[in-house]
Design a protein around this ligand. Structure first.
Ligand code: ZN
Length: 277
């Protein structure tokens, strides 16, 4: 977001209308001096850590494992382009926890067989799973119990509607076996509103899925450590706890106008009544 704001600032400077008079130009230079300096200063003051992608001051590397986790499962994170530019994003933390050949991030909305032959081959492989909840999805625990464990998992990173769009509009993603997580853990990612209490961030999904597939409880703990640190840091610095919509509705704290759209209203009723949607 900061970068976007900076880019906007310089663009505005370039398209400034007709040349002002000398006196006015001088005056403008003076009044804007602080503004022009600000972005440069901020950029210099807030270099990003090359490993965790966070500003160096709030680098989360001390909470990351010293060596990448040894896993046999390979994750493919399909990231909606809007996710990449979010200020608080969890995928760089996941990438930093895993060996580079076990976590691949592909950014985009449309993935055709022609443009993504490697991904197409992965999707056609019978040992590949895609994490996308729904009536047709099998619980991951059941699959992990089978003698030949699957070795690749595709996870879509985005809001619910972005993930839905990516899942349904790319025929490749309908090829792998569809799985879901039957988990009771509540999201710890409290600084970003999740639609329900059990909606997990991509990092949390990956942590739970890997723990099940690798049959190793410590994986979840290790991957979630930087997320816990990030959340507690944000909360200490004034971030608000974002309760899920479900929590707000159930406790009469939902202060936004109820949707006029009947389908949306129905979804909210289902949330309150604890029906899985
Ligand atoms: Zn770092």
């Amino acid at each position: 977001m900061e970068r976007g704001a900076l880019a906007g600032g310089s663009a505005a400077a370039e398209v400034a209308g007709p040349a002002p008079t000398a006196a006015l130009a001088e005056e403008e230079r003076e009044s804007c001096a602080g503004l022009w300096e600000l972005p440069v200063e901020r950029c210099e003051r807030r270099p990003e850590c090359g490993r965790c992608g966070r500003p160096q001051k709030v680098c989360l590397c001390p909470f990351l494992p010293v060596h990448p986790l040894k896993v046999s499962t390979c994750l493919y994170i399909i990231q909606h382009p809007a996710e990449e530019s979010r200020v608080l994003r969890t995928v760089p933390l996941l990438v930093a926890c895993l060996p580079p050949d076990k976590c691949k991030v592909l950014i985009g909305r449309r993935f055709s067989e022609d443009r993504y032959p490697e991904l197409a081959a992965v999707c056609r492989n019978p040992s590949t799973l895609i994490l996308y909840p729904g009536a047709e999805a099998t619980n991951l625990e059941e699959i992990a119990l089978m003698p030949s464990s699957p070795s690749v998992m595709i996870i879509i990173d985005g809001t619910w509607s972005q993930a839905k769009d990516i899942f349904y509009k790319n025929s490749l993603f309908r090829l792998p076996k569809q799985v879901q997580l039957k988990t009771n853990i509540s999201s710890q990612y409290v600084i970003r509103t999740q639609p329900t209490n059990t909606c997990l961030s991509t990092l949390e999904c990956a942590a739970v899925a890997l723990t099940i597939m690798e049959k190793n409880k410590s994986i979840q703990e290790t991957i979630l450590r930087p997320l816990q640190a990030l959340c507690s840091f944000q909360l200490q610095h004034g971030a608000q706890i974002h309760h899920s919509k479900e929590h707000l509705l159930k406790n009469g704290l939902y202060d936004k106008p109820m949707p006029k759209n009947k389908r949306k209203l129905r979804r909210m009723e289902l949330l309150v009544n604890n029906v899985k949607i």
